[in-house]
Design a protein around this ligand. Sequence first.
Ligand SMILES: [Zn+2]
Length: 127
Amino acid sequence: MPDNLQPQNRPDPDLISPRILPHQAAAAKALRRARSRMMVCFWTLPLYMLAIWMLLTNRRETDAIMFVYMGLWAGFALDMARRRCPLCKKQFYVKHVLMNLQARRCVHCGFDSHSVAEAANRDGVTQ
Ligand SMILES: [Zn+2]
């Protein structure tokens, strides 16, 4: 992505804090986990549709699997939406009403959860 599309106030992690604070590392890992869970929901959607189709063709009940799957989606989406950025304390993935599912950076300040989580794993920073 070209630089002019990035938020202008994005801090450069190398310039501002070469050292990762433990609470930032923990938050970055939690953010990445929340995002991964939501992505798993997306990738399992075809399997879910296949399962529903198979149940319907066999004239079986689909209510239970639908409730469980939708509940899982709702739970993971809410968990992702409520996550806050460790730097600016605003909702990491939510800017206005819609959630940015692809965001690896805070939609407000640009805190890079992915790089911080990677660096924390590499440097062995723990909570
Ligand atoms: Zn932020």
